[in-house]
Design a protein around this ligand. Structure first.
Ligand SMILES: [Zn+2]
Length: 497
């Protein structure tokens, strides 16, 4: 596969979030589950917060000492939990019973936040929130936030309560207990929340060290002992990055280090600082998955693991030292919560590439999906012999049989809805197949014409990939007796269809 020009990462949107403590000196913080249907970190535990609106910026210009992110933090906290960090004329916090109706009106968009404040003569005070740091979603994600994190104390006379919507199941939780539940696999916690809780180290929020000045990227932990390292790679658009994963603690394997760029490789080495690698593991042979494999193997003196068919495809370019076949396991030693026999099992999933492997962690129920699904677009299935659509669909169905809790793809953000993601991929292929059948006639039609019809609006440089998808679809139909090849370029429906 050739390398189209690198795409541009999306620009981060300003946002704000609040670490709300139950009382001064308390380590109990208010946390909530993000609804599974949210595109950004749905199904993960997080602190309340959200985007800065343009009205927040307008209000900030009229409020001395208060930033737009401060206003967004107060507004989002009020909408999501009912806590209002504002003062009445006497300088006191409004009491809980006075907040129910205004919150309902705000959520129903019957009143704007600035009008709500002025109607009740509530004022924002700069010292009700303390800025604790800013985190920016790394450029791998199509949805990115530049989030200011604030700390605050629950005002006396108010109660935090989530009304189901974007958040569900809000609760006061001890910060260390959250990390413990995360480590045992009982709870999915958003990576910025994990980073903040780790920085807090069991201390009350007043002690939170300002470790996150603007632009810092703490390590991304989507699951305990699993560090995601997105690296800029020459993949197929819209992908700009390939996610490498370091899986394991004392014995760790690096999955799919794809970068060829020296700067990105330096960033990878920096992320691996202090880690003890046992090997490099490749899901398949495509260039955006293997770019750093040889340099990492050499630098750390570790072998490269892959399926024999991947080794064959890479012959002369990369030496694969150890074969992994369906069912083979990599031993990871102890889990982060001290259980033994933590393992990563290879599952052969051909279709996108003949030697493609996905990896299954049965303890945390993690499915490392490689290129079997992408969170950014559909996956390219080349026609035989390299790819095979029918086999790809069988591989997807096999992945569906695993009781996965988190799907970690090579492109885009991990998903807490593996079953949904896999079913969506299958449904997409059914839809494309239906379109292809509709486009075929009893008269021969050229592959190029079918591709133009099915992939209307696709940018010209990508049309050759559309061409490959159509060929893959036609080969599947041919095997099922539902399409006939007249010659290499022209296809028609079989007689009687
Ligand atoms: Zn691939």
């Amino acid at each position: 596969m050739s390398n189209p020009p690198l795409g541009e990462p999306s620009r981060p949107v300003q946002a704000a979030s609040v670490l709300l403590a139950r009382a001064r000196g308390s380590t109990a913080l208010f946390v909530a589950m993000r609804s599974l249907s949210l595109r950004f970190l749905g199904g993960f535990l997080a602190f309340p917060g959200g985007k800065v609106h343009s009205a927040d910026r307008e209000l900030a210009t009229a409020s001395p000492g208060v930033s737009p992110q401060h206003i967004a933090a107060v507004r989002e906290l009020f909408e999501e939990t009912g806590i209002l960090l504002a003062r009445d004329e006497a300088g006191d916090y409004p009491q809980a019973e006075k907040l129910i109706a205004p919150r309902s009106e705000l959520l129903a968009e019957q009143i704007a936040f600035d009008h709500l404040l002025s109607k009740h003569q509530w004022r924002l005070r700069a010292d009700d929130l303390t800025w604790a740091g800013s985190l920016t979603t790394p450029p791998f994600s199509p949805i990115r936030f530049d989030t200011a994190f604030f700390t605050a104390i629950l005002p006396e006379g108010q109660n935090a309560e989530v009304w189901p919507g974007e958040l569900t199941d809000g609760a006061w939780r001890d910060a260390e207990d959250v990390l413990t539940s995360w480590k045992t696999g009982d709870l999915l916690v958003s990576p910025p929340t994990v980073a903040l809780l780790q920085a807090l180290g069991g201390q009350p929020i007043e002690q939170l060290p300002r470790r996150f000045p603007h632009g810092t990227h703490p390590p991304i932990w989507f699951s305990p002992g699993v560090q995601m390292i997105p690296l800029r790679c020459d993949g197929l658009p819209p992908s700009t990055h390939t996610n490498a994963y370091v899986v394991g603690e004392d014995t760790a394997y690096l999955l799919d280090p794809g970068a060829t760029d020296v700067g990105e490789q330096e960033a990878l080495f920096a992320s691996l600082e202090g880690r003890r690698l046992a090997g490099v593991v490749l899901t398949h042979h495509h260039p955006d998955h293997i770019g750093s494999a040889a340099v990492v193997a050499e630098r750390y003196g570790v072998p490269i693991f892959a399926h024999p068919l991947t080794a064959q495809a890479l012959r002369g370019r990369i030496d694969v030292n150890r074969f992994l076949d369906d069912g083979d396991c990599l031993d990871l030693g102890e889990t982060p919560d001290g259980r033994s026999r933590w393992r990563l099992q290879a599952i052969h999933t051909p279709g996108h590439a003949s030697g493609h492997l996905v990896f299954w962690d049965a303890y945390y129920r993690l499915l490392f999906a490689g290129d079997m699904v992408s969170m950014l677009s559909s996956v390219l299935i080349p026609p035989p012999p390299e790819g095979d659509l029918a086999i790809y669909l069988d591989s997807l169905r096999r992945m569906q049989t695993l009781p996965a809790r988190l799907l970690l793809p090579a492109h885009g953000s991990p998903s807490a809805r593996p079953a949904f993601v896999l079913e969506r991929a299958l449904a997409h292929r059914r839809e494309r197949e239906e379109q292809l059948l509709q486009a075929l006639t009893s008269e021969p039609r050229a592959v190029a014409d079918l591709a133009v019809e099915l992939y209307r609006g696709l940018p010209e440089p990508l049309m050759r990939f559309a061409d490959m998808q159509v060929r893959a679809g036609l080969h599947k139909l041919q095997r099922e007796g539902r399409a006939v090849a007249v010659d290499a370029e022209r296809w028609k429906l079989p007689a009687g269809f």
